[in-house]
Design a protein around this ligand. Structure first.
Ligand code: NAP
Length: 236
């Protein structure tokens, strides 16, 4: 029997890819969302036993609706959702334009909310569901060159808390806040954060996937929470 039916957004690459693969390994039926990385999404599909892939630009509300309708039509109603897709830019605070602000918030905060709303409507039909929003240590700690990103991720953390209340008792809503999760993009600034991480290393995407799996399968008495997975960086 399937452990659940889960849509993972931004699942073609990096953290989202590993979340999809790990949840598939744990017996979940996966729906893989991607924005522009079709070839990578197809590879993740084959790594998840041929799981279906779905394209949508999450910056557009109507595409989010189409995405969830397509997933429901092909797989049936969702009982789990992982909002992983996000944008990240580094801009000094006094240079951030309205377009820069909207670019980040349209996906990180607005799309996360409307994905929660669409997913929760399907879960309500089933009478139960689990939502996990991937936030960031940047939603808790202040990063001077990422004011817009930090604000969007702090929004995700509060969205998680407020939705947990709004959607109880059927649906849990929790968040995982990664610290530095390294791929092959370590520049000087990222290296400085890794050097400052008490555990003495960057995180692995599998560690984020494990935290997501906990919220999807753990006690449903846990809701509205953010689990920081950062090797202790927040405690410095
Ligand atoms: N990496 C880290 O160290 C770190 C640290 C803290 C928090 N996080 C959070 O963890 C999550 C995953 O991080 P990551 O570094 O793996 O992410 P990423 O590579 O920057 O982005 C993940 C995916 O989001 C999708 N996406 C972005 N804009 C989209 C749009 N308009 N429509 C549809 N899809 C869109 C992209 O899909 P396509 O490629 O298909 O277009 C992209 O592959 C994010 O929420 C991020 O903020 C990461």
């Amino acid at each position: 029997m399937s452990a659940g039916r889960v849509l993972v957004t931004g699942a073609a690459k990096r953290i989202g890819r590993v979340i999809a693969i790990e949840l598939s390994r744990h017996g979940f039926e996966i729906a893989i969302h991607y924005g522009s990385s079709r070839a990578e999404a197809e590879r993740v599909s084959s790594e998840c036993g041929g799981a279906p892939i779905f394209q949508a630009d999450l910056a557009r509300r109507e595409e989010i609706h189409r995405l969830f309708e397509e997933v429901r039509g092909r797989c049936g109603p969702l009982n789990c959702l992982v909002n992983n897709a996000a944008r990240f830019t580094r801009i000094p605070a006094l240079e951030i334009t309205e377009a820069d602000w909207d670019f980040i918030h349209d996906v990180n905060l607005k799309a996360t909310f409307f994905c929660c709303q669409e997913g929760a409507r399907q879960m309500r039909e089933l009478g139960a569901g689990r939502i996990v929003n991937i936030s960031s240590l940047g939603g808790i700690r202040a990063w001077a060159d990422h004011v817009h990103y930090c604000a969007s991720k702090a929004g995700v953390i509060m969205l998680t808390r407020a939705l947990a209340k709004a959607l109880a008792p059927q649906i849990t809503v929790n968040s995982v806040a990664p610290g530095v999760i390294a791929f092959n993009d370590i520049d000087e600034r990222v290296q400085a954060m890794i050097d400052g991480t008490p555990m003495g290393r960057a995180g692995r995407p599998e560690e984020i996937a494990e935290a997501v799996h906990f919220f999807l399968t753990g006690p449903n008495f846990i809701t509205g929470q953010t689990m920081v997975v950062d090797g202790g960086l927040n405690e410095r």
